[in-house]
Ligand binder design. Structure first.
Ligand code: PGA
Length: 254
């Protein structure tokens, strides 16, 4: 059985002091039983990771720490970059790779995303590999073709055992930060399609891969999305910035 996972992507928001408060507030709103049911991940900016890690470890919180991006080299002359080894040392367990903002604004290709995903796995962490179509692609009936290409290229070369433990986030670009969520039916169908693509290349390992939906997830729509067979959780942007709201998303069944 796949354990649900809800990850908050804080994007370029919060300094390290605000991050400490957010992690603490979130923890006050969650019970041990919630962590049994859902893996709860927060992905602060790099500059807040150390502070968030310290709160999580000092207070023995069940919240897991994620990063929003990573370089693929271990170290070296790559000014401004952060390596998988550095993140692992900070107890980061999950790393978002290939978010559509990275793809669109920073030119990340499927090849780059694939290299990063492999590097994250090699460093002992779990990549959250993002895929998703633009509105034009959806209108043209090309959503599956686009997402299929992205997913196959992004997870190429990963061994089956690792594929079982990675996370894939289907995030239609037109739904990110717009307040326009994909309908639960459409999101569910695309997440099923993503799993089929993984099954085509990796067989039964795909049954264990967690597939998330992302794009304007909020407390009002999360339960409908989570009811879908192939949706194992959410990647949450805007609604993760308020601990009350994010806790309501995490506790989607309440
Ligand atoms: P959103 O962002 O929830 O604000 O739409 C989701 C994401 O970018 O991962």
């Amino acid at each position: 059985m796949r354990k649900n996972l809800i990850a908050g992507n804080w994007k370029m928001n919060t300094n390290h002091l605000e991050a400490i408060q957010m992690v603490q507030k979130l923890s006050y709103r969650l019970d041990p039983a919630d962590y049994e049911r859902v893996d709860v991940v927060v992905c602060p900016p790099f500059t807040a990771l150390r502070s968030a890690q310290t709160v999580i470890e000092t207070d023995h919180l069940g919240i897991k720490l994620g990063a929003q991006n990573v370089d693929w080299h271990d170290n070296g002359a790559f000014t401004g970059e952060i390596s998988p080894l550095m993140l692992h040392k900070l107890s980061v367990s999950h790393v978002i790779v290939g978010h559509s903002e990275r793809r669109q604004l920073f030119g990340e290709t499927d090849e780059v995303v694939n290299t990063k995903a492999n590097a994250v796995i090699a460093a002992g962490m779990t990549p959250i590999v993002c895929v998703g179509e633009t509105e034009d692609e959806r209108d043209a009936g090309e959503a599956e073709a686009r997402v299929g290409t992205q997913i196959r290229a992004s997870i190429e070369g990963i061994d089956s055992e690792s594929v079982a433990s990675i996370v894939v986030a289907y995030e239609p670009i037109w739904a990110i930060g717009t307040g326009r969520t994909a309908s639960a039916d459409d999101a569910g169908a695309m997440c099923s399609f993503v799993r089929e693509q993984i099954r085509d290349s990796f067989g039964d390992a795909a049954e264990s891969t967690r597939v998330l939906y992302g794009g304007s997830v909020n407390p009002g729509n999360v339960a409908g999305l989570m009811a879908k067979q192939d949706i194992d959780g959410g990647l949450v942007g805007g609604a993760s910035l308020d601990p009350d709201t994010f806790a309501s998303v995490v506790r989607y069944w309440v």
